[in-house]
Design a protein around this ligand. Structure first.
Ligand code: GLN
Length: 540
């Protein structure tokens, strides 16, 4: 089968969930046995989102090959169980950088370098990179932003050209919003009509419309939209708000999205997608009644998307443990020795979030001390792990000024210090220790038992590390370094065997937890929190 290209665009407003729709379609096509990948083209000028703060763009996701990526790639992996790479996320900045590099090398042979054809050609080349590998039947390309944005125009022009070149091997799915006006008690189709018009103005006729809505859209209204937008009536599909995003693939399949897409691209759908394992997961979500209470201590907790992958990993792990996740976000700047007991005493487990910089750090230490002294299951991730080490150094090893040199460059006890190879780096973008690295676990450790193996590979995003000069003192006092990089001896996992569950990872396990392959550490953590809950409150 020739590689097929599906373009996903969005209109009316941003945040409609193009990533979830793209992921859902990929999920069903994959369940039909096709080889699918999803890529995101972001119209902003940053080379990658690595330098954006979470207020701007939510979580920064990291791929196995060390690319700092848009958080939608996290959805792609969670829904498809297929790993993404640098090639799955391209920005305007990357496109321009590449064109400008070529211009400097003289590759354009004296031509005037212009948006059309040079920028659009570079976009098209990138769109087809993954397709050209021959590894995929379907490439779903999500175009970030909203139709009508100035920045999106070169991408849409590239899509227009590709559709013309690829013919039936391409398709455009447009996602719009149908608002409900409470005062008029009416759903409104006009924004959708306008948004499709904007798309048509740049030469793109959508084949499928997905309408995001809070209420059911009546059939006659869908027919009206089909007629005004030049789309087949059956290809106007609604995406109503659901209690969980993981239900969306099933709702899309109920409306035959996969069959419509396949037929439009000249493929006759055979049989039904194998959604068995996915349905079992949904069944578990629906039937989990007992709650597990987890606190997430971080400085961006008020932002919905800042810890997206952690939230989803916890949700998946709770679901597989037949529990409903009750996630309590605790702002680390607000945790004090006076209120910590009140904030944490009802928690079954605590996660100390990743992060950068001094703000909110003392709250993390306060929470960690309380958790350690009360033996609450505690999971520190990246900066969270570093905080575990610092708190232990201050309050158990008796080094009151222990710190990371990130927070205090002149600390006398630099238990967390800048990695050697980081010392000469001045550029901030793309220069951390990024991507998947090997780690070897100690056989008797809790982490090794959770993974069920000793050799693991996990994704990183940090500049600082555990200072091995202090290793013996930590180990003698009960904090074990149970995971290390076999080549560099960097400490990757610490744990306290004397505690119920006390593990810190320098890496980010949350990036690799998917619906069909939930992460073993999160599963084990939730198991421990349930046991602790039952111990305190009695099991039902
Ligand atoms: N700021 C820490 C470092 O750079 C931790 C980073 C993180 O939590 N992702 O090492």
């Amino acid at each position: 089968m020739e590689t097929k290209y599906i373009f996903v665009t969005g209109g009316v407003v941003s945040s409609l969930g193009k990533g979830i729709i793209s992921s859902s379609l990929a999920c069903i096509l994959k369940a039909r046995g096709y080889r699918v990948t999803i890529q995101k083209f972001d119209p902003y000028i940053n080379i990658d989102p690595g330098t954006l703060n979470p207020y701007e763009h939510g979580e920064c996701y990291v791929t196995v090959d060390g690319h700092e990526a848009d958080l939608d790639l996290g959805h792609y992996e969670r829904f498809t169980n297929v790993q993404t790479t640098r090639a799955n996320n391209v920005t305007t900045g990357r496109i321009y950088q590449s064109v400008i590099d070529k211009e400097r090398r003289g590759d354009y042979l004296g031509k005037t370098v212009q948006i059309i054809p040079h920028i659009t050609d570079e976009i098209k080349r990138n769109v087809k990179l993954l397709g050209n590998t021959g590894q995929y039947d379907f490439i779903i390309t999500e175009i970030g932003g909203t139709v009508g944005d100035i920045e999106s125009l070169p991408f849409l022009e590239a899509v227009r050209q590709l559709r013309w070149e690829l013919g039936q091997n391409s398709l455009c799915l447009h996602l719009t919003y149908v608002p409900y006006l409470a005062a008029a008690k009416e759903l409104k189709t006009k924004p959708t009509q306008h948004s499709v018009k904007s798309l048509q103005e740049v030469g793109i006729q959508p084949d499928v419309l997905v309408l995001r809505t809070e209420k059911d859209i009546p059939v006659n209204m869908r027919r009206k939209i089909a007629q005004f937008c030049n789309v087949a009536p059956e290809a106007v599909i609604q995406s109503k708000d659901r209690p969980t995003i993981y239900e969306v693939p099933v709702r899309m399949h109920d409306q035959h999205l996969d069959e419509i897409v396949l037929r439009k691209m000249g493929v006759e759908p055979v049989g039904e997608p194998n959604m068995g394992p996915w349905m079992q997961f949904l069944h578990k979500i629906e039937h989990a009644t007992e709650e597990v209470n987890i606190a997430l201590v971080g400085k961006y907790v008020e932002l919905q998307d800042a810890y997206k992958s952690i939230n989803e990993s916890l949700f998946q792990a709770a679901t597989y443990n037949d529990r409903r996740l009750n996630l309590c976000s605790i702002h680390s700047e607000k945790v004090t020795p006076e209120n910590v007991d009140e904030l944490l005493r009802d928690m079954d487990g605590v996660i100390i979030a990743p992060g950068f910089g001094q703000r909110g750090i003392e709250g993390k230490f306060t929470a960690l001390r309380w958790c350690r002294e009360h033996d609450v299951p505690t999971f520190g991730i990246c900066l969270g792990m570093q905080c575990m080490v610092i708190e232990f150094a201050r309050n158990v090893l008796g080094l009151p000024e222990a710190n990371s040199t990130e927070m205090n460059p002149t600390t006398p006890d630099n238990v967390i210090d800048l990695m050697e190879e980081q010392k000469s780096i001045s550029n901030l973008g793309g220069t951390m220790r990024l991507g998947a690295y090997d780690c070897r676990l100690r056989p008797e450790s809790r982490a090794a038992k959770a993974y069920g193996k000793l050799d693991i590979k996990e994704r990183h995003r940090h500049r600082f590390e555990f200072n091995n000069d202090y290793r013996e003192r930590f180990e003698a006092a009960g904090l074990q370094c149970v995971g290390e990089n076999p080549a560099t001896h960097l400490v990757e996992v610490v744990e306290m065997p004397s505690k119920r569950w006390w593990i810190g990872t320098q890496y980010h396990p949350e990036y690799s937890s998917t619906v069909l392959n939930p992460h073993p550490l999160f599963l084990d953590f939730i198991k421990a929190t349930i046991a602790y809950h039952d111990e305190r409150c009695g099991s039902k």
